[in-house]
Each structure stands twice: as structure tokens, then as C-alpha cells.
Design a protein around this ligand. Structure first.
Ligand SMILES: [Zn+2]
Length: 156
């Protein structure tokens, strides 16, 4: 099976087994890690299975303002955050005061990207670690729209 590397922009070059035509494929929206896709050649329309391996998650140091709302467990809790580090799959942020977040708790984060459109992203996030006011989390239940916005953000 053909194996290709996906670059940090979510693009991969795939060569057709049949006609050797190479085309660039947009894999934004796929998961990090390894994905097997059915690639249809844009020239001869032959379909082949291709293993796509994503590079290590691309990250950006940022300074973005936002808010969190704790969804579970317990009572609803909300506050302001500053996002300091962002990737397509996760986030690091600082809270204004120390909260007693436990790893595994789910926060709804809303933050504004510093792109031209000042895109607002709403993203469910699972807390992975807490160090004082710093919190690291991974995105869960990411909708296609948010995936796309973050994809564009990392392309710019
Ligand atoms: Zn082909």
C-alpha cells in the first residue's frame, strides 16, 4: 500500500498506481496520526488505498482572549482565559485565577483568532493537565466548521 506524509498544512501528494499521475490532496479534517483513505485518481479515476501519515501536530504560540464554561462535572463555572498555545487538536491556556480543574473534565472554550476575520471558535475541550493557572487540553467533538477554521488559521 502506498504511504504518504501529510504536511503541516494538511496536504499530501499522492501518485496513482495505475497511471502514475500525481495530485495534491487536501486532508484537512482528518485526524492526526495515521489514516487510510481511498484515493480516487483525478485523471484515470482508479481508486487505491493510501496510508496517510500526519506529521506531528503543528503548534503555534499565540495570545488570544477567550472564555471557558465548565460543562462537567459539577456546577457550571465560567471565567476568562488567555490562550497561549494552539494546535489543530489541542490548546494551552491560562486562567485569571486558579481553578480546581481535574484532568478529564470538559470545558467549552470560546476564543477569538487573530486572523483577518477575527474568527470566533467554540470548542469542547477535555482537560489533560493543570499546573497552577496553566491548563492543557485536547479538543473533543470537534465540528467540521471549527476544524476548518483552525486549518485555515495554521495555513496563514
Ligand atoms: Zn490514475
Amino acid at each position: 500500500m502506498q504511504k504518504v506524509l501529510v504536511n503541516e498544512k494538511g496536504m499530501a501528494w499522492i501518485t496513482c498506481n495505475q497511471c502514475k499521475h500525481t495530485s495534491v490532496v487536501d486532508l484537512n479534517g482528518f485526524c492526526e496520526g495515521i489514516n487510510v483513505i481511498d484515493h480516487k485518481c483525478s485523471k484515470c479515476e482508479a481508486v487505491s488505498e493510501v496510508t496517510c501519515e500526519f506529521r506531528k501536530s503543528y503548534r503555534k504560540e499565540v495570545s488570544l482572549q477567550g472564555t471557558f464554561i465548565r460543562q462537567q462535572p459539577g456546577e457550571e463555572l465560567a471565567g476568562r482565559i488567555e490562550v497561549t498555545d494552539l494546535s489543530r487538536v489541542g490548546i494551552k491556556f491560562r486562567t485569571r485565577v486558579t481553578y480546581d480543574f481535574k484532568p478529564g473534565c470538559i470545558l467549552k472554550l470560546t476564543f477569538t483568532l487573530d486572523d483577518r476575520n477575527k474568527t470566533q471558535v467554540n470548542q469542547m475541550t477535555k482537560v489533560k493537565w493543570v499546573e497552577g493557572r496553566m491548563v492543557g487540553g485536547e479538543f473533543v467533538n470537534q465540528d467540521q466548521w471549527s476544524q476548518k477554521q483552525l486549518g485555515f488559521y495554521f495555513m496563514s
